[in-house]
Every structure is written in C-alpha cells, then in structure tokens.
Design a protein around this ligand. Structure first.
Ligand code: NAD
Length: 255
C-alpha cells in the first residue's frame, strides 16, 4: 500500500449528515468534508455557518432543508440528494432532541417528539439508504449518534434515554442484517459535549461541577472531538467493524 492514510480518505464519496447546522452535526460535517466527502447537511434551518466553515477548507457542502420529526420527510431528502450526486455513500444519523422533565410529568406528545426523531427517523432513514445500497450491491456506511444514555439511565430524561438505548440496539440489529451487503452500521456515543443539547446542564453550577468532576479528561467535549471517530467510521479503515458503538467521552464510561 502506497499511503496508509488513503484508508481514511473520503474523496469522491457523498455523505448525508442530519442536524448539520450546529453542534456535533456541524463538527462531523466539517470532518467528513475535510476528508474529501461532499456533505449533504440536512437541517430544519439554514446551515450558513457550516457552509462557511466548510468553504474555508475548500470542502463541498450542500444544504437540504427538512424537518425530521416525521418520516414523511425521507422521500424528499433522498430525492433531493440523489438529484445532486450519483450515489449516497455515507449516512450520519446525528439530529436529536432532548427534553428534561421528571418521568412522572412526561406527556405522550413529549415522548413522541423525542422518540420520533431520535429513534424512528434513525431506523427509517437508514432503511431508505440501505434499500439503494442493497439494490446497487455496493454497500455503504451508517453512523448513528448514540449517547452515554445508551448505557446509563440519566436523570429526568426518560424518553431520551429510551431512544438512545434504542439507537445502540438498532446499530447492532441493522449491522447483523446488513453486514452481508457490505453495509457497516456503527455508532459513536459522545460523552458530555458543549453544545445546545447541554446548555441547561452547563448553566446549572451544581450539575456542571458534578459532571466535570466525573470526567477523567477534566473537560467537556467539543464538536472537534468527534472528527477522528467520524472519519474512521465513514472510511474504508473501519470496513470490518459492524454493530459497534465507540465512546468519545473523555473517559466517562471507564470511570
Ligand atoms: P444540538 O442541539 O446542538 O443539535 C441537535 C441537532 O438536531 C441540530 O442540528 C438540530 O437542528 C437538529 N434537529 C433537532 N430537531 C430536528 C428536526 N425536527 N428536524 C431536523 N433537525 C432537527 O445538540 P448536539 O449535542 O449537537 O446533538 C447532536 C446529537 O448528539 C444528538 O443526537 C444528541 O442527542 C447527541 N448527543 C449529544 C451529546 C452532548 O453532550 N451534546 C451527548 C450525547 C449525544
């Protein structure tokens, strides 16, 4: 092999990243674009900031506006992306929502809001791309974004915990069925990362101090911390990995 780093190259690949306008989805989009992929960023609102950051590194990024709260959005997303690229090679199921509330007060609407996006959409969007990949016999890469709450119960976030535990299970279930079609389904479980998702926690001094004291690395994670695992799971470097969830957590789970 001439250059071992080619294993990590995404040149010529197209990737869908959901929730690409901010936070971890923005970080993952930048990483995949920097590795050579044309990134199609799906978001409810403008991805201007992501577009700007990817322009700065001369990467390729196209925004796809869609609300992912209902699976009726899937056809539009696949059609729009397919009209602009020969083939989708990578899907990153990143968009997710969290609702903090005592379990005793959770309403059916809040439950549906969280699980429809974090779980049902992950399954059906994966199914939609896998149908293409099985038909064209070329395979592809699915990266789901799990959580520490794929392993732990969490506090006051029962629907979120349920959905992220489902993401870890789905990652294994889909990997089992689709590995034979050259489709790698894996996940990344971020630890406590400084994004909108954790603003409330970071603004609560007691919770913030408790969380920081428990992270061996001694700091909140950042979108940049996702770069390596995202490129690895999107590239040929991970071709014999199926159904595994990588923690990017500053040591939280090891503690
Ligand atoms: P974030 O709130 O900044 O990002 C969430 C993303 O989901 C945004 O891009 C948002 O626009 C998108 N989104 C939400 N509802 C949507 C909808 N109906 N349609 C389309 N897009 C929608 O938070 P983040 O931390 O960047 O979260 C990204 C992923 O990482 C989520 O799945 C989250 O659960 C997961 N995660 C975050 C942390 C953390 O500590 N920040 C830890 C573990 C897992």
């Amino acid at each position: 092999m001439n250059n071992i780093m080619n294993l990590f190259s995404l040149t010529g690949k197209s990737a869908i990243v959901t929730g690409a306008n901010t936070g971890l989805g923005q970080g993952i989009s930048i990483a995949l674009a920097a590795a050579g992929a044309h990134v199609f960023g799906v978001a409810r609102r403008s991805c201007d900031e992501t577009q700007e950051k990817i322009n700065e590194i001369n990467g390729m990024f196209t925004e796809v506006i869609a609300d992912l709260s209902d699976i009726s959005a899937i056809d539009k997303i696949i059609n729009e992306v397919s009209s602009k690229t020969d083939r989708i090679d990578i899907l990153v199921n990143n968009a997710g929502v969290i609702k903090r509330c005592d379990a005793i007060d959770v309403t059916p609407d809040d439950w549906d809001l969280v699980t429809n996006l974090n779980e049902k959409m992950v399954f059906f969007l994966s199914q939609a791309v896998a149908k293409q990949w099985i038909a064209d016999k070329k395979g592809g890469k699915i990266i789901n974004i799990a959580s520490m709450l794929s392993y732990q119960g969490g506090i006051r976030v029962p629907a979120y915990t349920s959905s992220k535990s489902a993401v870890a299970g789905l990652t294994k279930a889909l990997a089992n069925e689709w590995a034979a079609f050259n489709i790698n389904v894996n996940a990344i479980a971020p630890g406590y990362m400084a994004t909108n998702n954790t603003t409330q926690l970071r603004n609560d001094n007691n919770r913030n101090d408790d969380i920081l004291a428990r992270i061996p690395a001694g700091r909140w994670g950042t979108p940049q911390d996702m770069y390596g695992a995202a490129i690895f799971l999107a590239s040929e470097a991970s071709s014999y990995m199926n159904g595994f969830t990588i923690a990017v957590d500053g040591g939280w789970l090891a503690r």
